[in-house]
Design a protein around this ligand. Sequence first.
Ligand SMILES: [Mg+2]
Length: 238
Amino acid sequence: MNVRPLWAGIDGIVFDAVGTLIQPEPSVASAYTAAASRQGIELDRDEVRARFRVHFQSDGVDAGQGTFSTDEATERRRWRQIVAGVLPELPDPERAFEELWDHFSDPSSWRCFPDVAPALQVLRQEGVSLCVGSNFDGRLRGVVRGLPELAPWVDSLVISSEVGYRKPHPEFFRAACDHLGLPPGRVMCVGDDVENDVRGAMRAGLSGLLLDRETCRPSDLPHVANLAALVQSRLNGH
Ligand SMILES: [Mg+2]
């Protein structure tokens, strides 16, 4: 797909983090299954994966604080609920929550996609202002600091629990644009989530580009299969 029109007037990019720049390794399902196993509960990994998908997607709203409001305490509470929902069989759910919280705080539990470092380097050389905008919580700072490919970007993080709003709330995108020092019309959000990264960004006045690494989702939205394709579209546009 030709994404060149996307670059018209674009001077900055907000990259989503999880699924776009980094991914858990081992998988989320493996980490949860291992946490259950440590308490003597053996679960099927596919079942755990399916449960996680349901619980992760069902709690974007904190009714007490309003739609998409968040902070560090809210995120911690949210993850405690997700762990309890995914692993209801455990005798000690709090122990599993603490173990998994720490696990996903550790940079060694994550890996950077191989196309990330080359893409960020070329885009920076091209003069594009870059930041990472994520619904992850404050743990992302430690994760980014510990991944060599991303460590230089640790001061370029816009994190929902620090902003006070999760994607796709427009306040989140306003904060990301403020971080870049650019108006929304000159910023593109690139990520793997249709609603959080693309449609939400568009509603806030940014451009949106779906990173579809699986290339299996039919989409009428602008999309690329990897970050090399994103870079190539920039280079072709000059
Ligand atoms: Mg993502």
